[in-house]
Write a protein that binds this ligand. Structure first.
Ligand code: ARG
Length: 274
């Protein structure tokens, strides 16, 4: 390890997850989804349970929301809301297929003691596009969340929101193109962003790990960091090497079935920042 590498330490976290009891791929709203390709739902559940168990072994707390039949994408809990300082910004989905998930997630928060909640007016797909990095929020637009939702998020969450434009349909949510590693470190795939947004990322995070399209294609950026451990798809071996060089402990997991819906580790994990 380079002597300049900072000492890493894990921070206990709380996550909300949704068991893939009703998971299937029957429609296609991103380029990864192919309804003609078979999905093994039992395997999806097993892989998902392994992820939840891993989080618990790492000392994190996992809460569960009851999955709704007919909403196969509800397993991608990251899209359900954005939570910062206990304040919950609800999600409003771009696609009709997922519309009911927004109110269902907000209902979970209200039933679980969160009093500061906001029903969004603009389209935002939760932590899929709104990533809290320390005091600021990086916010994606271009495919799902609208640019107007960025102002709504800033007003409700009271943190500066930096808008970033996504340009590659394979990386349609910000959390498929950028990982938050610590309060001031991110890693990302530059090709997923417009030239101006790339310049913004270089200015804000000049030392960030930049990964290749091949790394992003195995969802190597759809990862969850607790400050030390970075849980990511096991196929993302090159990303794991880069993380080790920076003093992180990468842990690979197999989420092959949920990959067929266009998501992986981070998509299945909504961070509860209380
Ligand atoms: N099938 C889902 C969709 O297209 C996948 C969502 C992935 N979630 C994420 N946080 N990137 O909406």
């Amino acid at each position: 390890m380079n002597p300049a590498t900072p000492a890493r330490s894990a921070q206990r976290q709380r996550y909300l997850m949704c068991r893939p009891t009703h998971f299937e791929v029957t429609y296609s709203i991103n380029p990864w989804m192919d309804p003609a390709k078979p999905v093994d739902r039992d395997l999806a559940v097993t892989q998902w349970e392994q992820l939840a168990d891993l989080y618990r072994q790492l000392g994190h707390q996992v809460e569960e929301i009851t999955p709704l039949p007919g909403y196969p994408d509800m397993v991608y809990a990251a899209n359900g809301a954005t939570v910062a300082d206990g304040r919950v910004l609800g999600a409003r989905f771009r696609n009709q297929e997922r519309a009911a998930e927004g109110p269902a997630y907000l209902e979970w928060f209200r039933a679980n003691g969160y009093t500061e909640t906001h029903d969004p007016v603009q389209v935002n797909e939760g932590e899929g596009d709104l990533l809290v990095v320390g005091d600021r929020i990086l916010a994606g637009t271009g495919f799902r969340s609208s640019p107007e939702s960025h102002a709504e998020a800033q007003e409700f969450l009271g943190r500066p929101v930096v808008g970033l434009r996504l340009v590659d349909p394979f990386f349609y949510h910000l959390d498929t193109a950028l990982t938050v590693l610590t309060d001031d470190e991110v890693m990302y795939y530059p090709g997923a962003f417009s030239p101006g947004s790339r310049a913004v990322l270089e200015r804000l995070y000049p030392d960030a790990i930049q990964v290749s399209r091949a790394d992003a294609e195995v969802f190597g950026l759809n990862a969850v960091s607790d400050g030390l451990h970075v849980v990511l798809p096991e196929a993302a071996t090159a990303v794991a090497t880069r993380l080790r060089e920076r003093g992180f402990t990468p842990i690979g997991v197999d989420l092959s079935e949920l990959f067929k819906g266009g998501g992986s580790v981070k998509c299945c994990t909504l961070r509860l920042r209380d």
